[in-house]
Design a protein around this ligand. Structure first.
Ligand code: ARG
Length: 407
């Protein structure tokens, strides 16, 4: 430790060890530079000299949260044809505001699962450079998808010749697209295995990429050391994605017992955006969501929640993924109470957003829990989320990488 090390002592009513589920009360966490150097019961005599003491009485300390499915460069009030008027630079600028909102909500890490124009990578790098503040962004760049599929843009007629940048068909074309995304800075890969709700003209339950293409994507990405997330609502697409070896399946709406068993056998994570439906059906029309998408949502939302309950019961690896960007950034924490309502314990919901997520990203030696030696991404909420998960909607203190970002 250097002579000029910045040291903080955080004193709170308690801290949650998300690995064991134990509550440490009262709790003191000591941070030096960007690392946690101790977590334990309060001991006033042991404070390091020159430390800045932060009083968080009435609060519970938790590790910084992960939202494993966001689109920071998308806005909830800009959907459907309105999105055609947004350039990638414009989207990057809105991403700056959304990154701050996400961080202030306690999410110190995100997976950005798709952005046009590599805007998410520009945003990630601007945050790393310290130009703007935001979470640690694990960025996918443009999502891979079939021609005319959920990850293409199907709003205009052929005369306009509009294709999303991630469109690639065939095993070698998708491998090349993975290589291209890596070339331009992606540190994970996202692809669309099935149709979706918010895309024009796609069948939400229908498979899109073939097994052969999905296997090619995953093989190439894993060869290069990247993890892979697959958008999949429909049963066949979910199964093909799991068989291909994806690290996580997103949405997972029409899952069956066989797919659940496959996921368990392979250790695949499910990332299920079960708050999203409330926003889409409540506010979506005003925001420009197409009538056909609202129709699809009516068939997906409730089923997805029942699937979530089944997957949790079966013991599938679960991570917290909200799809924020469809709904307002900063409201990410609203999903916690839904996760508990539909079958998780409070601890499981917190684990999904911390240690499980860090493990999926292979960052669990550095992040995901309050442990000596880990990076100092720490949040505080008023009250105890193990008793009232609703408190996760009001994060009052945020530290990222040893720096106080919100107090
Ligand atoms: N991006 C997703 C899609 O368009 C959102 C699905 C939202 N609906 C839901 N019930 N989770 O398919």
């Amino acid at each position: 430790s250097s002579v000029h090390a910045q040291t903080y002592v955080l004193n709170a009513d308690s801290a949650i060890d998300v690995v064991s589920g134990k509550l440490i009360s009262p709790a003191t966490v000591v941070v030096e530079d960007n690392k946690i150097i101790s977590v334990g019961k309060s001991n006033r005599k042991a404070y390091p000299k020159g430390a800045e003491v932060i009083d968080l009485s009435g609060h519970t300390l938790l590790p910084g949260l992960f939202d494993m499915h966001v689109h920071l460069t998308s806005d909830a009030h800009v959907h459907g044809y309105k999105r055609l008027q947004r350039t990638a630079p414009r989207a990057a600028i809105t991403g700056v505001r959304n990154a701050k909102r996400t961080l202030d909500a306690g999410f110190t890490s995100v997976r950005n699962l798709g952005a046009a124009g590599y805007a998410d990578i520009a945003l990630r790098d601007a945050i790393i450079d310290g130009d703007v503040s935001g979470p640690r962004v694990n960025a996918a760049g443009p999502s891979l998808g079939i021609t005319g599929g959920h990850c293409d843009n199907n709003l205009l007629t052929h005369e306009h010749k509009v294709f999303s940048e991630g469109v690639a068909d065939g095993p070698w074309a998708v491998r090349q697209k993975v290589r291209e995304n890596i070339k331009y800075g992606a540190n994970l890969i996202k692809f669309c295995a099935t149709g979706g709700v918010l895309s024009k003209g796609t069948k939400v339950g229908a498979q899109q990429y073939s097994q052969e293409e999905m296997t090619a994507i995953v093989t190439e990405a894993h060869l290069r050391g990247l993890t892979v997330a697959a958008h999949a609502h429909g049963t066949d697409g979910i199964k093909s994605a799991i068989k291909a070896g994806v690290n996580s399946v997103e949405h997972v709406s029409f899952v069956d017992d066989e797919a659940i068993q496959l996921a368990k056998d392979k250790g695949t994570y499910f990332s299920m955006d079960i708050y999203n439906t409330e926003y889409i059906l409540g506010e979506g029309e005003k925001a420009g969501i197409l009538p056909e998408s609202l129709d699809k949502e009516r068939k997906v939302g409730a089923t997805q929640r029942a699937s979530f309950t089944k997957a949790v019961k079966a013991g599938v690896n679960m991570v917290f993924g909200s799809d924020a960007g469809v709904y307002p950034h900063g409201d990410n924490g609203k999903q916690f109470s839904r996760m508990v309502k539909f079958g998780m314990t409070e601890l499981q919901a917190l684990q999904a957003a911390t240690i499980n997520a860090a493990t999926l990203l292979k960052q669990n030696t550095l992040l995901g829990s309050l442990e000596t030696g880990k990076l100092a991404d720490i949040i505080a909420v008023k009250g105890n989320p193990l008793k009232d998960i609703g408190v996760m909607e009001n994060v009052t203190f945020v530290m990222k990488d040893g720096k106080v970002e919100k107090q």
